[in-house]
Write a protein that binds this ligand. Structure first.
Ligand SMILES: Cc1ncc(COP(=O)(O)O)c(C=O)c1O
Length: 436
């Protein structure tokens, strides 16, 4: 592959192969990054996050007088990422007490936080009330009663006459083209009120003490590459009446593999929504997650072994503990040797975990991979860090931000001590890293 060239849109903006044929992310040499920060490592091009945030906010400003871009923090729930989006003027979608904690820690103003969840606990609702989050999205009848009850007991503090602003989550009965495990808008879904129940939910919220019904919410699923399902969801919400706020969720898809059809741009996506709602007034919210972060990040691994057992198995030092998506729903990724792009050896890129299903890329084409090679998988900036785990006692990787040739660790690698930090009683101390 030609050197000194930029790479496909699957990679972060500005990525290229330098004169020596080595991948550069945010101006940083991938082999140097692997040497400095170790592997596996999540590497993020900071400018890419900024550019994507601005693509959304710029289009929103042009298309509607009050359209807010709400970052779905579940995609990459790391305070450095959250703080960058807070500085760019985004709002934040938190789907648990933990995500709310992260959003606050990252500096989001509470009134710009939207609390989601289909099973919010009393503690989470109390926390949201205490911090005076901007909107709580009500998912079910139990929650309407629970939230109203907490406010009646005085948990909401003095919210004035209006009460806690809330949205009602509607399940619009729209099934977009995506994996069933990330489809949420079909009739038989665990999220929200069905179209049949929505009217009653709206009435119950209106009648409930301490709640101020601002509008409706729908989120039909994730990794959607067609705009029509979003239009249908908008029309379903519009059919339920006029409200000051409509939140049509997230779900815009991204490219994971070179040569895949490009997803709609942020502008095309927002244009479709604004046109389908045909509603110049009021406030519109959109909640992109994946489309803000997925292509901003890559993962670096080191090859530990190569063997020929029918297939050519290339085993690396990470796997399902840092990227669960291939195992959860067969998500496809590319892989490359970071300093020898363009190989033709058919390989199975496997992780280090004790499951045969721990395969990161089933059909990788690599350039004669050898132990010690640094492997890169692009488009791992969404739902990778978020779903990372400690299977097999593997410490979770660091997050490294790169910009203009400078790299900085924004989340350090977990240590072996971290693995026992919650144990009670505290374990015997020993030289954990040295295994002594
Ligand atoms: C309520 C809600 N909003 C937004 C999102 C973000 O979706 P995506 O990352 O596909 O944009 C999700 C994802 O699960 C969600 O549940």
């Amino acid at each position: 592959m030609a050197t000194g060239t930029s790479l496909s849109a699957v990679f972060p903006l500005g990525s290229r192969l330098n004169e020596r044929g080595v991948l550069e992310i945010g101006g940083c040499d991938a082999i140097e990054l692997a040497r400095t920060f170790g592997t596996p490592a999540y590497v993020v091009a900071e400018d890419d996050l900024t550019a994507r945030a601005r693509a959304f906010t710029g289009a929103a400003r042009q298309l509607h007088p009050d359209m807010q871009v709400v970052y779905a923090s579940k995609a990459f729930p790391c305070t450095a990422v959250l703080a960058l989006f807070a500085r760019e003027g985004l709002w934040c979608d938190a789907a648990s007490g933990g995500e709310l904690h992260l959003a606050l820690a990252a500096g989001f103003a509470p009134e710009r936080i939207v609390l989601h969840g289909n099973a919010k606990s009393e503690a989470e609702l109390r926390m949201a009330l205490r911090h005076r989050v901007g909107l709580i999205v009500l998912d079910n009848f139990d929650e309407i009663d629970r939230l109203s009850g907490l406010i009646a007991e005085g948990d909401g503090g003095d919210r004035g006459a209006g009460g806690q602003p809330v949205l009602v989550r509607v399940n619009p009965d729209v099934r977009g083209e995506t994996h069933e495990k990330i489809s949420t808008g079909q009739a038989d879904s665990k999220f929200g009120f069905s179209m049949d129940q929505a009217g009653e939910a709206i009435e119950r919220v209106r009648a409930a003490a301490g709640l101020s019904l601002e509008g409706l919410h729908a989120h039909i699923g994730s990794q959607l590459l067609e705009l029509e399902p979003f239009r249908r969801a908008c029309r379903q919400l519009a059919a339920l009446g006029e409200f000051p706020v409509l939140d049509i969720g997230g779900g815009l898809g991204v490219s994971y593999l070179e040569g895949q059809p490009a997803p709609p741009s942020a502008e095309e996506y927002l244009t479709a929504i604004v046109a389908a709602l045909d509603r110049p007034g009021g406030r519109l919210l959109v909640e992109p997650g994946r489309s803000l972060t997925a292509n901003a990040g890559v993962t670096l691994y080191t090859v530990e072994s190569v063997k020929q057992n029918v297939s050519r198995w290339v085993a690396v030092d990470g796997g399902m503990s840092d990227n669960l998506r291939p195992m959860l729903y067969g998500a496809g990724y590319e892989a490359h040797v970071a300093d020898r792009f363009g190989g033709a050896t058919e390989c199975v890129l496997a992780g280090k975990h004790c499951e045969s299903g721990d395969v990161i890329v089933r059909d990788a084409l690599l350039d004669d991979p050898r132990p010690g090679d640094v492997i890169v998988t692009p488009a791992t900036g969404a739902y990778g860090f978020a779903m990372a785990n400690n299977y097999n006692g593997v410490p979770r990787p660091p997050v490294v931000f790169c910009a203009e040739g400078r790299a900085r660790e924004v989340v350090r690698r977990e240590s072996f001590e971290d693995l026992t930090a919650r144990d009670q009683p505290a374990p015997v101390q020993h030289d954990a890293q040295g295994g002594g």
